[in-house]
Design a protein around this ligand. Sequence first.
Ligand SMILES: [Zn+2]
Length: 133
Amino acid sequence: MPVLALLDAIQKLTSKWFNKHRNAIGSATKTLTPSTKAILRANFTLSQRLKASQLDAFEYTLYGDGNDEVVNLSDRSCSCRVFQIEKITCAHAIAAIYGTKLDLYDFCSPYYSSQMWALSYADTIYIRCPHCK
Ligand SMILES: [Zn+2]
């Protein structure tokens, strides 16, 4: 019996979390999640110290923070490796994108979109299985 009570408590808590996040998302559109935007804001602040030098149509060299980094916007990579590993634009990529007409949000993985966030909590967790009595 204590195991069943524990499972019931876990179901209730998970359902409460899902509702909390579902309500937080609200009418989210295709923009990025708040935590992703916070990361981008921090990276944007860091990017303000960088200078970009365009190498070709897609590649840039970034300097100004002690390390020279190379960003390739075509394959979404940076020699610091943050861009391709975390799938969020690093400070170097932001500095490269800054002078262009490209949208910074387009370079982040769609997994960081509010739409994906909403889908994570779309399912309902029933306190009691509706098929069992
Ligand atoms: Zn980088």
